[in-house]
Ligand binder design. Structure first.
Ligand code: NDP
Length: 310
């Protein structure tokens, strides 16, 4: 084993470097591509993986994702069973994603965009009232983000259903799981919010069939990953007026290409993958604590289950 274990940082070194060094004075922290002796590196903190980097670090033990999603790291990690993957778990991050999903839901339910349009022409024309108490929201994924979204919407008076692998129970939220659970939840979901991680099982989950199972005039919100959605099927459902609209923060191809029909669709709202930003100074201590645990042979926190994919 290496005599002097080192952490390698491969993401935004100008902000993450100072944050990590402040959290770990004296720790050897290197910045890609200045790796030094590759044998020294036991932890890689990153957002993307340069080709071959993982394979070039024989003593790498921990891949640390600087965000909540790890879909881009797992394929490489799975090639090396000796490597574990951890992710940032931060209430402020999941709270921010949840608040965007809640904002998108409220904006549609309370018809804020049509009223913005009316204001431009000084038009006083109340639209049919939609009440939160008469609106059911179905949430795909009931983890940190989905759970926070569910409890927030429940607190605002919505009827909330949540679908997860294990059927997670939260007060006031009806739990569903498995294919049968999904089939049962979808026809109730006047708003469907995707907060899932991207895995082999969830890729393309928002399919033509799923969209067709929603009630007529439902609204779709995606803050998970673009690859959860069959974009052609979504456009078709919108254009056939089966779906009232969609709010999308994430896309199959990012940045969303200028010619993509989502940009100009009158009932699609686009935000440029801005649901959250991981604050380096806030989360650096949890990264360093985990690295110290690794070196002390102690159990690690916030590990990803590589087999499950999240
Ligand atoms: P968690 O790991 O806390 O939660 C994941 C949830 O998804 C769990 O409830 C899990 O079920 C459920 N799930 C996973 N696989 C399946 C499946 N096959 N069928 C049904 N349910 C499933 O993740 P987070 O909430 O922290 O983050 C979720 C995702 O949000 C991230 O992976 C990332 O893709 C996205 N994200 C987007 C951001 C943005 O800027 N738009 C920012 C941050 C994250 P169970 O509870 O049973 O395990």
């Amino acid at each position: 084993m290496n005599s002097s274990p080192s952490l390698l940082l491969n993401f935004a070194p100008d902000v993450w470097g100072p944050a990590l060094r402040e959290a770990a004075p004296g720790m050897d922290i290197r910045t890609y591509p200045d790796i030094g002796n590759p044998l020294d590196i036991d932890c890689l903190v990153t957002h993307t993986l340069p080709q071959g980097l993982v394979q070039s670090l024989p003593n790498l033990k921990l891949l640390y994702a600087v965000g909540a999603g790890v879909d881009y790291l797992l394929a490489e990690a799975l090639k090396r069973p000796d490597i574990r993957v951890a992710r940032i778990a931060d209430e402020a991050v999941s709270g921010d994603v949840a608040s965007l999903a809640v904002a998108a839901t409220l904006s549609w339910v309370r018809q804020l965009m049509p009223y913005v349009e009316q204001e431009k022409t000084s038009t006083w024309a109340p639209l049919p009232h939609r009440s939160s108490s008469e609106t059911t929201v179905g949430i795909l994924g009931m983890g940190r983000i989905g759970g926070t979204t569910a409890t927030s919407l429940h607190a605002l008076g919505f009827r909330v259903c949540g679908w997860s692998r294990t059927g997670k129970n939260l007060p006031g939220v009806q739990a569903f799981s498995g294919q049968a659970g999904l089939k049962a939840m979808l026809p109730r979901a006047q708003v469907l919010i995707c907060t899932l991680p991207l895995t082999d099982e969830t890729a393309g989950i928002v399919s033509a069939d799923v969209l067709a199972s929603l009630p007529q005039g439902a609204y779709f919100v995606n803050v998970g990953r673009g690859a959860h959605v069959d974009e052609d099927a979504l456009l078709e459902a919108l254009n056939a007026d089966r779906l009232a609209g969609a709010f999308l923060d994430v896309f199959k191809h990012e940045p969303l290409p200028p010619a993509h029909p989502f940009w100009v669709h009158p009932r699609v709202r686009v935000t440029p993958h801005v649901a959250s930003r991981t604050p380096p100074h806030r989360v650096a201590p949890q990264v360093i604590a985990n690295v110290l645990r690794l070196r002390a042979g102690e159990p690690l926190m916030n590990l990803v289950d590589a087999a499950a994919g999240y």
